[in-house]
Design a protein around this ligand. Structure first.
Ligand code: RIB
Ligand code: CA
Length: 311
């Protein structure tokens, strides 16, 4: 059976970094064909650098292109999330300087070129940051929808409320206009919103189990998760949710999640609800809005994938 071909569009970001490590580990189930980066948790130059760091940590520096995408949101003023990711975007975790350069291709051009070439064998796009790159690619080349079998997004919130404002989740808040364009594009979507990621809080004991795996990559994943827990505790007084890794686990183990079909509206008018997502739950919706997750199962799957480093 053909392995799922995925592109990860991200804003590393502590949890993006763990999602990338998990995806690279699951190489029997999915091929990471490429990475595109967006401004989000930290400035675009840093999300690009961080994606290069994790690519090399996973030993994939020579095979997987990393392409810098949009330097900022479509219309709104840029926002970042250093409080939750630190000034570098990878917390206080120190990594060797990345050696392999980023691709010269712009991330949006990479998406257009790659998805046009994927007609007939469509790819999966995982978006774990603001949706700016995909929105721009869709505007430039609406025909790329033929090269996508589905879009899996970490973003949005309904019953949980927001994490950056009372209504808005960060990825959508950072570029609501882009998110609105993506939710309208018609490609089947699965959404890991705060409604489900807030069920996936990582305990320090679980971080210890990842560290005990002992490989360089597992220890780094533990360091990233521990840094995330410390920053989240400072800001929210709780452990950090497995936001972005949940997208990869949903691809590997959809049986661990439950959801409802919906169409999703994004509030793009300035005001207190700017960036709010409003799912209209309906059987004929093209979006699967996840509402439940088996938290132990999600952690075990992530642990099992990360355990494959050093095998
Ligand atoms: O709201 C959580 C999301 O915002 C995650 O993707 C995190 O990395 C930040 O980008
Ligand atoms: Ca992210």
């Amino acid at each position: 059976m053909r392995k799922r071909q995925i592109i990860i569009d991200c804003d590393p970001g502590l949890d993006d970094a763990v999602a990338l490590l998990t995806a690279f580990a699951a190489s029997d189930m999915m091929d990471v064909a490429g990475i595109t980066t967006a401004a989000g948790n930290v400035r675009a130059e840093l999300t690009l650098r961080n994606a290069r760091i994790i690519r090399e940590l996973a030993g994939r520096g020579r095979e997987v292109p990393v392409c810098a995408g949009a330097p900022g949101p479509l219309l709104r003023d840029p926002v970042t999330a250093e409080d939750f990711h630190g000034t570098t975007g990878l917390g206080n975790v120190v990594f060797p300087k990345p050696r392999v350069r980023a691709s010269r291709a712009h991330g949006v051009n990479y998406l257009v070129r790659t998805l046009r070439a994927a007609r007939g064998q469509p790819m999966t796009l995982v978006v774990t940051g603001p949706m700016t790159n995909l929105a721009l690619a869709l505007a430039m080349a609406p025909d790329i929808v033929s090269g996508l079998d589905e879009i899996v997004v970490m973003g949005g919130a309904d019953v949980e409320g927001g994490n950056i404002t009372p209504y808005a989740e960060f990825n959508v808040f950072a570029d609501p206009h882009a998110a609105a364009a993506v939710f309208r594009c018609g490609v089947p979507m699965r959404v890991l919103s705060l409604d489900v990621t807030h069920q996936l809080l990582t305990s320090d004991e679980q971080v210890g189990r990842i560290r005990a795996l002992g490989s360089t990559q597992a220890v780094a994943a533990a360091d990233l998760l521990a840094a995330s827990n410390r920053l989240e505790e400072n800001e929210k007084g709780r452990h950090a949710p497995l936001h972005d890794p949940s997208t990869i686990i949903a691809l590997l183990r959809p049986d661990l999640f439950e959801g409802r079909k919906a169409e999703v509206k994004v509030i793009t008018e300035e005001g207190e609800e700017f960036g709010r997502t409003i799912p209209d739950y309906r059987e004929d919706g093209h979006v699967l809005w996840y509402t439940q997750a088996d938290a132990d199962g999600v952690f075990s799957e992530m642990l099992g994938q990360i355990a494959r480093y050093g095998e």
